[in-house]
Design a binder for this molecule. Structure first.
Ligand code: ZN
Length: 272
C-alpha cells in the first residue's frame, strides 16, 4: 500500500508535467472508483477545468482546479496515477482516463480497485483536511506536540503512529522502520513514552520518510511512480520484511509480531 513517500514521489512527478494543462475529456471505465456523484456527473464537472497545482495531503493527491475546487485521488492498495510519454504502452486495469491539453493524458489504473477519486469544493476540503492528523514533514510535527498527543492514549506506539487522525502518511513499513531507528519497542503504550523517546521517534520518522522520498519510495507489489518506475527504497529497509535475518545493529535475529492485524518487525535487543 502506498505510504507518504510513494504518494509524495508521484506528486512531485505530476507537479512537473500536469499544472497549467486543461482537462479536455474524461472517460470513466469503472464507475465505482468515483465517490460522491455518478461517473457522468464527475466527467462533466471536470471537462474544461484547468489544473493549477498538484499537492499531497496525507496519502491523497490533490489537484487544484481553481475557485476552491479540488480533485482528490486516493490510490488505495494498488492505484497508479501516471502521465504516459508518447508511445508508452498504457497500463492494464485502466480506471479513469483524462485527456489533457497538448497531447498528454492523465491515467488512473488500479488492479484491485480500492482507490477512489472525488471532487470537493472549499467547504468540503476544509472538513476533510480537518479530520486528518499532523503532516510528519511539516513544522507542526514537533516533539512537544507529539508528546502532548501521546498522553491520552494507551495504544501501542506502533499502532498509534499509524493512526491517520494523529499523524498522517506513516503506514506499516515506515512505522516499523522509524521505531527501529528510534530504538523504541513498538509494543510500548504511547502514554508511557518519555519526552526523549518521543523526540527520537519524531527525528527517526522524518529521517526515514525523507530518505524514502529520495529513493522514490518502496515498491512491494504494484507501486510505480508517475513514470511507471519502481521505488528503490526496498533495499534500504532495515527491519521491515526481514524476520529472522540479523539485526543491522546487533546481529541478533529480527522478530515479527502482529499488532492490530498488521505485521511489526523489530529487534528486541536494540528497541526498548
Ligand atoms: Zn539489534
Amino acid at each position: 500500500m502506498p505510504e507518504l513517500p510513494e504518494v509524495e514521489t508521484i506528486v512531485r512527478d505530476l507537479a512537473s508535467s500536469v499544472p497549467g494543462r486543461t482537462i479536455r475529456d474524461v472517460e470513466v471505465l469503472h464507475a465505482n472508483l468515483i465517490e460522491g456523484e455518478s461517473a457522468a456527473e464527475f466527467a462533466q464537472a471536470l471537462r474544461g477545468r484547468r489544473i493549477g497545482g498538484v499537492t499531497r495531503r496525507a496519502k491523497n493527491i490533490v489537484f487544484d482546479l481553481g475557485r476552491g475546487d479540488r480533485l482528490l485521488v486516493n490510490l488505495g492498495m494498488t492505484g497508479r496515477l501516471l502521465v504516459p510519454r508518447r508511445g508508452d504502452p498504457l497500463p492494464t486495469h485502466l480506471g479513469v482516463r483524462m485527456t489533457l491539453g497538448r497531447g498528454r493524458e492523465l491515467i488512473y489504473a488500479d488492479t484491485r480497485r480500492f482507490g477512489r477519486l472525488w471532487r470537493t469544493d472549499d467547504a468540503g476540503w476544509s472538513a476533510f483536511d480537518g479530520r486528518l492528523g499532523v503532516e510528519p514533514l511539516s513544522d507542526d510535527f514537533t516533539a512537544e506536540r507529539l508528546f502532548e498527543m501521546t498522553r491520552r492514549s494507551r495504544v501501542a506506539v506502533k499502532t498509534w503512529l499509524m493512526d491517520q487522525a494523529r499523524v498522517v502518511g506513516v503506514g506499516n513499513i515506515y512505522a516499523s522502520e522509524a521505531l527501529f531507528r528510534a530504538g523504541v519497542d513498538p509494543r510500548r503504550p504511547a502514554n508511557e513514552l518519555a519526552l526523549g523517546d518521543v523526540e527520537r521517534i519524531r527525528r527517526a520518522t522524518r529521517e526515514v520518510l525523507t530518505e524514502a522520498i529520495e529513493f522514490r519510495g518502496t515498491t512491494f507489489l504494484d507501486y510505480r511512480d508517475a513514470s511507471g518506475n519502481r521505488g528503490e527504497f526496498y533495499d534500504r529497509l532495515r527491519v521491515y520484511d526481514r524476520e529472522g535475518q540479523p539485526c543491522p545493529a546487533c546481529n541478533r535475529p529480527l522478530r515479527r509480531i502482529v499488532q492490530a492485524n498488521r505485521s511489526t518487525f523489530f529487534c528486541q535487543e536494540c528497541q526498548r
